[in-house]
Design a protein around this ligand. Structure first.
Ligand code: S3P
Length: 448
């Protein structure tokens, strides 16, 4: 019998107490996949994308670009997208984006560039996530956008076109907001300049360059502004050409297995071909700071293999500008903290309340269900590690894929059973999680 099994379609049952050993290739990076699909739709000609994320979120973006006239075909090795402004048109129907915040925010920027009327709608979680952060700069560029709740929430009605370039400083460090403005800037009159005081993931800039956009990134590291150096991104109106790309594996998905290797006794896991950039590998720095046993082989500067083995760990503090580089990894780092001696303090987590669930609250509830001593504040969490977790536990995913997967890893790391309700949330990003989990689990127990 497999150690992890679906009960019905929405509950995962895990029997903990066995080491995880072996190597894995996790799915293609979700953030890069969204952007590659959108830029493929804008580029004139046929782009070939291999290694795309297979989750529902990227499928929403694929449906969205199809609904505006791009042609998506399955090839032997991945997908091809025929795009170009000559074939794109106003969507005939409401564009439904399910749970995908990245699709909604980036597409709002893309659609703002066209003289069409579009309506973007999400599920109940997405309908309560703030969109004013993209609406406000796009309106300044000349787009007309309405949203529910005094122009704050989806559904969004967008009438785009005739945009002017903008000089905008991000109010919150958000790659989604930055990307929405850059996508609109592609079709604005004049140049657009986005300043980010804290660096955020740079996939949009990297891919825009690859697709031939007139874009330049100026690093502020030497100025006396922020500690790690922010960036000013300059983009001019541009036509894109098609590309042929391999999408590297998703570090945010790899993080679950890296932490599993670190906290499950007698384990050793190798996760290969992860997109390697400091803005996505903050979790490795945090785990190293907790004295985890992790080795990185970064011979190839575009991707990295990470080997994680079980060892004693200690608590740490994670706060300030560092949060951006681990924004999606806080749930799994909170699980790691349960197995580290001492207290781990997470501060400046305010943005986590606005994710697929209120992640401060859902992490708190998940750890409490495992019997962990945890304190919660408005934007902080304190996790007391090194104590035994409860043996038989039922937890909720709160409809949030990253909470579900973090709970699964916690469930593996001690003897006893775990039931995770609302497991299907995982489909938004990692449909093969249970298969990969079972491929790593070894037949012996911790007692040997
Ligand atoms: C993402 C950026 C982050 C991250 C999200 C994906 C992206 O969101 O949490 O999962 O692909 O740009 P914010 O930009 O809101 O911080």
């Amino acid at each position: 019998m497999d150690a992890a099994q679906l009960v019905g379609h929405d509950v995962l049952h895990i029997q903990g107490g066995r080491p995880v050993r072996g190597s894995l290739l996790v799915p293609g990076d979700k953030s890069i996949s969204h952007r590659a699909v959108m830029l493929g739709a804008l580029a004139k000609g046929e782009s070939f994308l291999r290694g795309l994320s297979e989750g529902d979120d990227v499928a929403r973006t694929l449906n969205a670009v199809t609904s505006i006239g791009a042609e998506v075909c399955v090839t032997k090795t991945g997908l091809s997208i025929k795009g170009g402004q000559h074939r794109l048109h106003e969507p005939d129907e409401v564009v439904y984006l399910g749970n995908s915040g990245t699709s909604m925010r980036l597409l709002t920027g893309l659609l703002a560039g066209f003289k069409w009327f579009s309506i973007l709608q999400g599920d109940s979680s997405l309908s309560n996530r703030p969109m004013d952060r993209v609406i406000e700069p796009l309106k300044k560029m000349g787009a007309v956008i309405y949203g529910r709740g005094d122009n704050r929430f989806p559904p969004l009605a967008i009438k785009g076109g005739d945009l002017d370039g903008i000089d905008y400083t991000l109010q919150i460090p958000s790659a989604q907001v930055k990307s929405a403005i850059l996508l609109a800037g592609l079709r604005a009159k004049g140049n657009t300049r986005v300043t980010e005081l804290v660096p955020t993931r740079a996939h949009t800039e990297e891919l825009l360059k690859l697709f031939g956009a007139d874009i330049r990134v100026e690093n502020l590291a030497n100025s006396d502004l922020p500690k790690f150096g922010g960036n000013v991104i300059h983009i001019a109106p541009s036509f894109l050409h098609p590309v042929d790309i391999d999408i590297p594996a998703d570090p945010s998905q790899g993080a679950f297995w890296v932490v599993a290797g670190c906290i499950v006794p007698q384990s050793e896991v190798l996760v290969s071909n992860l997109y390697s950039s400091r803005d996505r590998l903050g979790f490795v720095d945090v785990l190293l700071g907790m004295k985890a046993s992790i080795e990185l082989d970064d011979e190839n500067c575009h991707s990295v293999n990470i080997k994680a083995s079980h060892s004693a760990m200690c608590g740490t503090e994670i706060l300030g500008d560092q949060i951006v580089s681990v924004i999606d990894e806080i749930p799994i780092l909170a699980v790691a903290a349960c197995f580290a001696e001492g207290t781990t303090v997470f501060r400046d987590l305010g943005e986590l309340r606005l994710k697929e669930s209120d992640r401060i609250e859902s992490i708190y509830q998940m750890l409490r269900a495992f019997g962990v001593q945890v304190e919660v504040g408005e934007d902080e969490l304190l996790v007391v590690g090194g104590m035994p977790l409860s043996a038989d536990v039922t937890v909720d995913s709160f409809g949030d894929h990253r909470i579900a997967m973090a709970a699964a890893v916690a469930g593996l790391a001690r003897e006893g059973s775990t039931e995770i309700k609302g497991w299907s949330a995982v489909n938004t990003s990692y449909k093969g999680f249970v298969r990969d989990l079972n491929s790593l689990i070894q037949p012996m127990s911790f007692d040997g």
